[in-house]
Design a binder for this molecule. Structure first.
Ligand code: SF4
Length: 381
């Protein structure tokens, strides 16, 4: 039996496209029935030389909660038939508060989904409108309350901060409200302006203010201090868990650069060396699978340098940082020798340390993450 894998299922449908979002999704929900059939074909035709053990399943998107419980049930059945799911599996479903009620959440729970990730973003109606979300503050609250009533113990709340002109006290209100529900997990994502989004075009045309980088860093530091005091472990740059047992096991596999399998349009797969990704086009995805072909758009073999780069990029985001011994075992290169100048600078500036063979960044270092990663990557090349 192979090592356990993380299985990601991309559900590429949304009720409406949010202005800041660059994830692949479509609002053409008439395609859902064919998409489900295509997804089942993709699961079924996945080549296996040995039983593949799946530790975590993650329904992401898009908005997986636009699917009916019956449709999620069909996909889970397909997964169960094809793969060997670990006994202690984590099955996460991302849900948009504007798409769920108590009955739907109860049905999702009864299917074996044991972790719910709620895209709350804010408890402030004005901020939600500014982000062009479909839900209201009240729907956000109802989704949390109903998820508990439905049986979910492991509920994660996603919040977004750093929108233009957001003050610390405005953001504090969102944090206070989130903590008042005592969720198992809180993700706090900084608003970033991605190319090819409505928000990007609006800012470029001078019709909207750009988020302010220094304000965002200040809010990030505030967030970490507040949530840590509230009993949450800051285990990844944007993620906080109530104890280790409530960390996202699925996302932790990405951050540890482990193998994962991705199904659905635009989903990526990685086996430790090779990466492939599916067509980012639902119609093409459906067409390919209906005509007996796979849905892979491209495949690349990661060079050793690329693998090192990714290990650094993902590892430095985490509380555990980079295991320097594992790095040496994997790449045959001494981490300390290769990155010596960066490690020295990081240590001298008080941005992080090497302790017990782990290179980690502290909060100050995390605010300079991109810069430190760039410095490391320069040494790899
Ligand atoms: S609901 Fe989520 S995936 Fe869909 S457009 Fe908004 S942010 Fe993107």
């Amino acid at each position: 039996m192979s090592d356990p894998h993380a299985l990601y299922i991309h559900i590429p449908f949304c009720i409406r496209k949010c202005d800041y979002c660059d994830f692949y999704s479509s609002t053409d929900r008439a395609l859902i029935p064919d998409f489900i059939q295509a997804l089942l074909k993709e699961i079924d035709r996945f080549p296996l030389s040995q039983p593949l053990r799946i530790d975590t399943v993650y329904f992401g998107g898009g908005t997986p909660s636009v699917l009916s419980p019956g449709q999620i049930h069909a996909v889970l059945n397909g997964i169960h038939k094809k793969f060997h799911l670990a006994h202690q599996k984590e099955i996460t479903l991302e849900a948009n508060p504007g798409t769920v009620n108590l009955e739907k959440l109860t049905d999702f729970y009864s299917l074996g989904i044991n972790r719910l990730s709620l895209g709350i973003q804010s408890f402030d109606d004005e901020k939600l409108i500014g982000l062009s979300r479909i839900h209201t503050r009240q729907q956000a609250v109802d989704a949390i309350v109903n998820s508990r009533r439905a049986g979910f113990e492991n509920v994660g709340i996603d919040l977004m901060y750093g929108v233009p002109n957001e003050s610390t006290s405005m953001w504090q209100s969102d944090l206070n409200r989130a903590v008042s529900f005592s969720p198992a997990h809180i993700s706090c994502y900084m608003l970033t302006v991605e190319p090819f989004t409505v928000l990007h075009d609006r800012i470029a045309a001078g019709r909207a203010p750009a988020p302010c980088g220094s304000d965002q860093i200040q809010l990030f530091e505030h967030t970490v201090a507040f949530l840590t005091r509230a009993g949450y472990e800051h285990y990844e740059i944007s993620n906080f868990a109530k104890g280790k047992e409530n960390r996202s096991r699925h996302n932790s596999a990405y951050w540890r650069h482990k193998a994962y399998l991705g199904l659905g349009p635009s989903a990526h797969s990685f086996d430790g060396r090779n990466r492939s990704w599916n067509h980012s086009d639902i119609s093409l995805y459906i067409e390919s699978l209906f005509s007996g072909k796979d849905a892979v758009a491209e495949t690349e073999v990661l060079s050793s340098s690329q693998q090192m780069t990714e290990t650094v990029m993902t590892g430095l985001r985490t509380k555990e940082g980079i295991d320097t011994l594992a790095f040496k075992n994997r790449f045959g290169v001494s981490f300390l020798n290769l990155f010596g100048p960066v490690i020295t600078r990081v240590r001298d500036n008080g941005y992080g340390t090497i302790t017990n063979n782990r290179f980690t960044l502290n909060l100050k270092g995390q605010t300079r993450l991109n810069h430190i990663v760039r410095e490391c990557v320069d040494l790899i090349d």
